[in-house]
Design a protein around this ligand. Structure first.
Ligand SMILES: Nc1nc2c(ncn2[C@@H]2O[C@H](COP(=O)(O)OP(=O)(O)OP(=O)(O)O)[C@@H](O)[C@H]2O)c(=O)[nH]1
Ligand SMILES: [Mg+2]
Length: 224
C-alpha cells in the first residue's frame, strides 16, 4: 500500500459515468482504475463502482468514487438516485456511433431533472474510441458545439489505448476542486506516446491507393 493510500483523503468526489450502452463506460472505468481493457462486451446491469485515489498539486489527496451506470438505465426509475449528489458527470458516447451522440440530449436531460433549479454538477463531454478515428461518424465540430451549448468541458479519449483517460479524470477533479493542474502534472498524466506496428494488409489502410496500385505489402507504424 502506498503512503497516499494510508492517509485519509482530503476530499471525496462522486463522479457519475453515463451514456448509451456499448459506448465504453465500463472500459473507461477499467482502464482508469486497473489499466485493463477487454474486447469482450459485458453489459452493465444497474451500476458498478470504482475507487481511485489521486493527488492534486502534490499535496491534496482526493478519493474519486466513480459510478459506472449501465446504458439500459436511461428512462428507468433508479437513474435519478444514481445521479443524485454527483460532483461531476461524464457523458460518454462512441465517436463511431451517431445515435450514442444524439442520445446525449436525453442523458443530459436526466441530470437536469435531478438538479431542478439548483446547480448542475461539473459536466464533461467524453468522445470515446478515438483509436477508431477512421470509423468516426460524429464530426468533431458537432462534439465541440454540444460542449459549448451545454457549458461542458470536452475530451476525446480511447479506453482501448488509454489515450487521455487519466488526464481526463485528473482535469475533471481539478476543475471541481478549482485547482489548476501544474505543467508537470499534465505531462505526467498524458499517456506516453508509443509506437505500435500494425499489419496494413489487415487494417483499414489496406484499401488505400497505395495498396490498390499493387505496391508491396508493408507494415505501418502508428503513433497512439
Ligand atoms: N476500439 C475500441 N473499443 C472500445 C473502446 N472502449 C470500449 N470498447 C469496446 O466497446 C464495447 C462496449 O464497451 P463497454 O465498456 O462494455 O460499454 P458500456 O458503455 O459499459 O456498455 P453498458 O454497460 O451496456 O452501458 C466492448 O466490446 C469494448 O471492448 C475503445 O476506446 N476503443
Ligand atoms: Mg458497462
Amino acid at each position: 500500500m502506498s503512503d497516499s493510500e494510508d492517509e485519509s483523503p482530503d476530499r471525496q468526489l462522486k463522479l457519475v459515468v453515463m451514456g448509451d450502452g456499448a459506448s465504453g463506460k465500463t472500459s473507461l472505468c477499467m482502464r482508469y482504475s486497473q489499466e485493463q481493457f477487454s474486447k469482450q462486451y459485458g453489459q452493465t446491469v444497474g451500476l458498478d463502482f470504482y475507487l481511485k485515489r489521486i493527488n492534486l498539486q502534490g499535496s491534496m489527496n482526493v478519493a474519486l468514487q466513480v459510478w459506472d451506470i449501465g446504458g439500459q438505465t436511461l428512462g428507468g426509475t433508479m437513474l435519478s438516485n444514481y445521479i443524485f449528489g454527483a460532483h461531476g458527470v461524464l457523458l460518454v458516447y462512441d465517436i463511431t456511433n451517431y445515435s450514442s451522440f444524439e442520445n446525449l440530449d436525453d442523458w443530459y436531460a436526466a441530470v437536469k431533472k435531478v438538479c431542478g433549479t439548483g446547480p448542475m454538477p461539473h459536466m464533461a463531454l467524453v468522445g470515446n474510441k478515438s483509436d477508431l478515428e477512421h470509423m468516426r461518424t460524429v464530426k468533431s465540430d458537432k462534439h465541440q458545439k454540444f460542449a459549448q451549448d451545454h457549458n461542458m468541458m470536452s475530451y476525446f479519449i480511447s479506453a482501448k489505448t488509454g489515450d487521455s483517460v487519466s488526464l481526463c479524470f485528473q482535469k475533471i477533479a481539478a476543475d471541481i476542486l478549482q485547482v489548476k493542474l501544474t505543467k508537470p502534472e499534465v505531462e505526467q498524466h498524458q499517456r506516453v506516446v508509443k509506437a505500435e506496428v500494425i499489419d496494413t494488409n489487415n487494417s483499414y489502410a489496406a484499401s488505400s491507393k497505395k495498396q490498390q496500385r499493387g505496391q508491396p505489402k508493408s507494415s505501418l507504424c502508428i503513433i497512439t
